[in-house]
Design a protein around this ligand. Structure first.
Ligand code: PMP
Length: 429
């Protein structure tokens, strides 16, 4: 397949060699590189990416899973165009932000106060900082293999299935503790050891980058209960899961009561965003207006926080999702179909994990039959998964970032999923 790929991506090869001279790894996010070189994209529309050699791919990477309505949906495009005519940067309070926040705060009960940043990484960074300043403690617990962006406070070499060491250059490793997903007994025993110093716990309700693995609600409830008793903050990272399965977050369906929730991806409608929201009394710890210096906690923002382009793209996406609730039933059903049929295509050799419109194929080996956490995912054959995805890029016109999970958007159809199933049947492992 490498030969086939090289033959059809000659312009990409030339451009990528230029890119490799100019950029670290030739890319601007480590995960975007794959062998022999990533194709260079020319344009995108609906479910498709088109590369500079005019090859068309049905996309399941979907802008790091941000594009729930597909690439360039009209409902977002027309509002964005109108906004661009007015301005794409104010750097001051604007009405577009208020409109997006009104939608978010109605749909996400815990969002009593909101702060916008421009990436998920910053949102989790500030969530952790707030947990530390509110609790007066230093240690943060995270899930082994959980991914919250390149926030230095949340990187540690753990059982991370898809990379060896993420923590080079991180100075406070001793203040980060890992707990195993979906193993309440072990998690609680670790948390108890750190209880006096534990500022908070941060968890994704569906592990995204760490293997596309849903959490048991009993697991999350158990960790939450520990946090409440221990006066540690319970933080849910819903950057992937927020507005992905329903209009709102996943946590209310599990009857959880987090202190802080982080959002991103979908709520920016394809433009840069990060959101930290939470209970008033906690978020207000960071409200500096009228407080004495000694009483202030700081969470930040930046040059591009709440820029009107991101706010309008986010608002238009959520407004569409709110008015067309069938989007969720459609893409959730397609996800269910994909998990079932891809599993069948491999005749028991894989586990297809996920929830709703998210799915990921794990090639089973080492006695693993079920994927419950990143340690299980790490024991599967990640190399084979990358080959399977690469074969689809080179041969079938289907794009998954090799080794990563797929996200179905409103632009996909059942016929598209059937093509993945066919490509799976043809893949010899
Ligand atoms: N949290 C989760 C759960 C994520 O999946 C990601 C990114 N994939 C982030 C945080 C970081 O977001 P960003 O890439 O926008 O910084």
């Amino acid at each position: 397949y490498i030969k086939e790929y090289k033959k059809k991506t000659k312009t990409s090869a030339k451009l990528f060699s230029k890119s490799a001279k100019l950029h670290v790894n030739g890319v601007s996010h480590n995960i975007r590189f794959y062998e022999p070189y990533p194709f260079v994209v020319k344009k995108s529309a609906g479910k498709n990416l088109v590369d500079v050699d005019s090859n068309k791919y049905t996309d399941y990477w979907m802008g790091h899973w941000a594009l729930i309505l597909g690439h360039g949906p009209n409902s977002v495009k027309k509002n964005l165009q109108k906004q661009i005519e007015k301005s794409w940067m104010y750097g001051t309070v604007n009405e577009q932000t208020i409109q997006l926040s009104e939608l978010i705060s109605k749909a996400v009960p815990v969002a009593e106060k909101i702060r916008y940043v421009t990436s998920g990484t910053e949102a989790t960074m500030y969530a952790v900082r707030l947990a530390r300043s509110v609790s007066g403690r230093k240690v943060i617990a995270k899930i082994d293999g959980g991914w919250h962006g390149y926030t230095s406070d949340l990187l540690k070499s753990v059982n991370w299935p898809f990379s060896e060491s993420e923590s080079s250059g991180v100075v406070n490793e001793e203040q980060i503790v890992s707990i195993p997903y979906n193993d309440l007994e072990k998690s609680l025993s670790i948390l108890k050891k750190y209880s006096k110093d534990l500022a908070g716990v941060i968890i994704e309700p569906v592990l995204g980058g760490g293997g596309c693995i849903p959490a048991d609600s009993e697991y999350l409830k158990g960790v939450q209960e520990f946090c409440k008793k221990n006066n540690s903050l319970f933080i849910l990272d819903e950057i992937v899961t927020g507005f992905r399965f329903r209009f709102g977050c996943l946590y209310p369906t599990m009857k959880l009561d987090p202190d802080i929730v982080t959002l991103g991806k979908i709520v920016g409608g394809g433009l840069s965003i990060g959101v930290m929201c939470g209970k008033k009394e906690i978020m207000e710890a960071a409200d500096t207006t009228g407080k004495k210096k000694s009483e202030r906690s700081y969470v930040g923002g930046g040059t591009f926080s709440a820029n009107p382009a991101s706010m309008v793209a986010g608002y238009s996406t959520l407004d569409y999702l709110k008015s067309k609730k069938t989007v969720y039933s459609k893409i959730n059903d397609l996800g269910k179909f994909a998990r079932k049929e891809i599993g069948k295509a491999f005749d028991g050799k894989v586990a297809v994990t996920g929830k709703g419109s998210l799915f990921m194929t794990h090639f089973l080996q080492n006695g693993i039959s079920e994927i419950r956490n990143s340690a299980d995912a790490a024991k599967c054959n990640g190399g084979l998964l990358a080959k399977y995805h690469f074969k689809m890029i080179a041969h079938d016109g289907i794009f998954f970032l090799p080794g990563k999970l797929g996200a179905i958007s409103n632009a996909h159809s059942k016929e598209d999923i059937k093509k993945i199933v066919k490509a799976s049947e043809e893949f010899t492992c």
